[in-house]
Design a protein. Structure first.
Length: 208
């Protein structure tokens, strides 16, 4: 069974974190979520997306389906209809295959509506995530890429990145890695390399 996507905006406030601390915050406040014993019993992974200051932006649950070296592949499913400004209506039962690398500055979501072979990709730039076995946490760096089913793509939220860079004081390292990650993602998309390889993805979906 797929995990259920439950996007919940966080409303709590947290103190500003230093950049060196941001890569170490996985598992922070685990008591707010399911217990570790429950996560082990169900195989549920909690995913936390946070802003640069450490404040949780949204969270959801998924199943860990594959782990190879730094790559984690999660499987989740929308349990309610979502209206997205760019993606339109995301139907109940839409599958989300999510790719995270513990040493890369981006992640990739592949959405497949129920009873459809059409796939849309949504990519996020992020500081490399941390994973403690139950909770995967990452810091969202604002810039997104929307990849249509025909692999046309749009780069989104560059202005938001610049605004937050000034607001939070993004370091030169963060700016440089974000620029490199954006270039790497567009190269993967244009060359249809993994995880944008439709044949390999179809095989993975069949296994899931």
């Amino acid at each position: 069974m797929s995990g259920k996507l439950q996007f919940v905006a966080a409303c709590e406030e947290e103190p500003m974190m230093q950049h060196s601390d941001k890569l170490k915050f996985a598992g922070h406040r685990l008591n707010e979520y399911e217990s570790v014993s429950e996560a082990r019993a169900t195989g549920t992974i909690i995913v936390r997306a946070c802003k640069y200051d450490g404040v949780e932006h949204r969270r959801w649950t998924a199943k860990l389906r594959r782990q190879e070296s730094s790559l984690l592949v999660l499987d989740a499913e929308f349990d309610k209809e979502i209206r997205h400004e760019l993606l339109g209506t995301i139907a109940i039962g839409t599958q989300s295959i999510e790719y995270y690398w513990l040493d890369r500055w981006y992640n990739v979501f592949c959405f497949t509506p129920p009873q459809s072979n059409s796939r849309t990709y949504y990519c996020n730039l992020n500081i490399p995530p941390t994973f403690d076995g139950q909770t995967l946490s990452y810091i969202d760096l604002d810039i997104d890429l929307l990849v249509e089913s025909d692999f046309r793509y749009r780069v989104l939220d560059l202005e938001e990145f610049e605004q937050n860079a000034r607001r939070y004081g993004y370091s030169s390292e963060v700016r440089l890695n974000a620029e490199r990650a954006l270039g790497e993602l567009t190269t993967l998309i244009e060359s249809r390399a993994f995880p944008f390889d439709e044949e390999r993805l179809a095989q993975l979906v069949d296994v899931l």
